[in-house]
Design a protein around this ligand. Structure first.
Ligand code: TNX
Length: 526
């Protein structure tokens, strides 16, 4: 029986199992099959009656002949499977005579688009078909969730690695699904960032926005302004003077490549004209009075501004944009623009009207926080909504002109807000955000005048004023990041809290096996 996941699927399950139907109103149900436990919920998934596919010592991954992209996805999958199963899992593009997992770039059909996939499992073969490498990679993430949770653990175990028979047809709701990590307030090392990349890829997140600069620290090397990173990102530049550090260009290029291997595109952000105290403290000539300001590691916002009337400001900005664009194979470059309270509105507009064309000059499409709409930017510019209200005249006007919007309302999508009054980490300015709050909103109707068609995508930002370690990052991101990922991927009609919380309970076992430091929300029956 084919079942669209979500409310409908749960109802069918409940009807099929009277004992479960009784529980349904009180406790969340156990998903009836692993096909019903997927996060984000796919377009369509159904388990079949037949025997499962068993991974064994002779299982091979067979990739589309002649395709490097399929080959790379195959190698990635093999790397995930080998340590857990202890099997050699060869990758080949030749016909295989044993049990195989086939990754094919043909026969997927148009319905799955350029990010979706079809997955079929029977006793003899697992087949993932897609139109692109991105689609194959998304299918592989689904396959990982169809395996037993312990697959993620490093220790080989004597057990059966079976995948139940069934089928999935899947494609995303929005093409842009992102997480943001702030490495300016506290620096997070390349290894920590890579670990986060691995985690977010699992939920079909396809962009990582890196907040690289802020009042406290400048965390990316810029050759034409060589003191920026070593001084502005040196030891003691984290909030409260804790830690510090920056990415060299080599580090950054390596991160871009690593993310690419997980089918994730990095979106760099250089925040301006506010949030610039680090730069203003290193280069005195960027200040209107020509004197450097003292460095600051407190968490005040809205006090710094580049000097709008100085020519050197635009030389600086152009140098930075040029160098960042050179480091960025992806199409987008974020120029911040938030909380510029120290920049009068007229100056703000003048600044943006000079800077936005520079982003275009270096071949990139500009993102900016909500306030960028004050400059009436061209329709190519993508405002990122972060406010907590549901009316925003300036944003609605931009949408009426044709701009698309990234949805990150702070009271829903900010992963740095505390879960409740007992949460040790995080902030509270946008309120507490429990898992249900993060899940129960609709990006396609959240803000007046910003309908589904105007939504470019969704993003879950993680600001790091209070976060120092990877453990801290994981605690704030899980389980809320998967909630936002599902809003970005799964069709609006499948949205269902009871289903989601039941699926999260299953996912918790995986996090335990993987050692992910997640928040055991009392809303979930772990
Ligand atoms: C607001 S939202 C900020 C950041 C802070 C964050 C903390 C936005 C675009 N700016 O500077 O880190 O709140 O939650």
């Amino acid at each position: 029986m084919a079942a669209v996941l979500g409310a409908a699927a749960l109802t069918m399950t409940a009807l099929a199992h009277p004992a479960m139907a009784e529980q349904a109103t009180t406790a969340a149900q156990q998903p009836a099959s692993r096909y019903e436990a997927l996060i984000p919920a796919p377009l369509e998934a159904d388990a079949h009656q037949g025997p499962a596919f068993e991974l064994g010592p002779h299982t091979v991954i067979r990739t589309q002949r002649g395709s490097d992209e399929a080959r790379q996805v195959g190698e990635y999958l093999a790397e995930q499977l080998r340590p857990a199963t202890g099997y050699p899992i060869k990758v080949t593009d030749r016909a295989a005579d044993g049990p195989s997992i086939a990754l094919l770039l043909r026969g997927a059909g148009t319905r799955v688009g350029d990010q979706g996939y079809r997955l079929d499992v029977n006793r003899n073969e697992i087949t993932i078909r897609a139109n692109t490498g991105d689609g194959l990679f998304a299918g592989v993430q689904t396959l990982r969730q169809l395996l037993p949770a312990e697959i993620a653990a490093d220790s080989p175990r004597a057990r059966e690695w079976s995948v139940p028979a069934g089928r999935v047809v899947d494609a995303p709701r929005f093409a842009y699904r992102a997480a943001m990590l702030d490495i300016a307030r506290h620096f997070h090392t390349p290894d920590e960032i890579k670990s986060y990349i691995d985690q977010i890829a699992h939920y079909k997140i396809n962009y990582l926005h890196l907040h690289l600069t802020d009042d406290q620290g400048w965390r990316i090397e810029i050759d034409s302004w060589p003191r920026l990173a070593p001084e502005g990102g040196g030891e003691g530049t984290g909030v409260d003077g804790v830690g510090g550090g920056y990415l060299t260009k080599e580090d950054y290029a390596d991160l871009v490549a690593y993310a690419e291997s997980r089918h994730i595109t990095i979106v760099p952000e250089i925040d301006m004209p506010g949030h610039t105290n680090a730069a203003l403290s290193v280069y005195g000539e960027l200040n209107c009075d020509g004197k450097p300001v003292p460095p600051r590691t407190d968490t005040e916002v809205g006090y710094s501004s580049l000097c709008i009337d100085l020519d050197i400001t635009y030389r600086f900005v152009e140098d930075v944009i040029r160098e960042i664009a050179e480091l960025t194979p992806g199409p987008y470059l974020h120029i911040g623009g938030d909380e510029a309270h120290a920049t009068p509105d007229e100056d703000y507009r003048a600044f943006m009207q000079r800077v936005l064309p520079l982003v275009e000059k270096y071949g990139k499409r500009a993102f900016g926080w909500t306030e960028v709409t004050k400059a009436e930017p061209p329709t190519s510019v993508v405002p990122q909504f972060w406010h907590t209200n549901r009316e925003n005249a300036s944003l609605a006007e931009a949408v009426a002109r044709g701009n698309k919007v990234i949805m990150s309302p702070a009271n829903k999508a900010y992963l740095d807000m505390k879960y409740d009054e007992n949460t040790q980490l995080g902030l509270t300015w946008a309120g507490y955000i429990e898992v249900k709050d993060a899940y129960e909103w609709d990006p396609g109707s959240h803000v007046s005048g910003v309908g589904e068609d105007a939504v470019f995508g969704v993003e879950a930002p993680l600001w790091s004023e209070t976060l120092r370690s990877l453990d801290d990052i994981e605690f704030m991101a899980f389980p809320r990041l998967p909630a936002i990922a599902e809003l970005g991927w799964s069709p609006a009609e499948s949205h269902d809290w009871e289903s989601f919380r039941a699926r999260l309970a299953e996912e918790g076992k995986r996090w335990e096996a993987e050692g992910v430091n997640f928040y055991r929300s009392p809303q979930i029956d772990w």
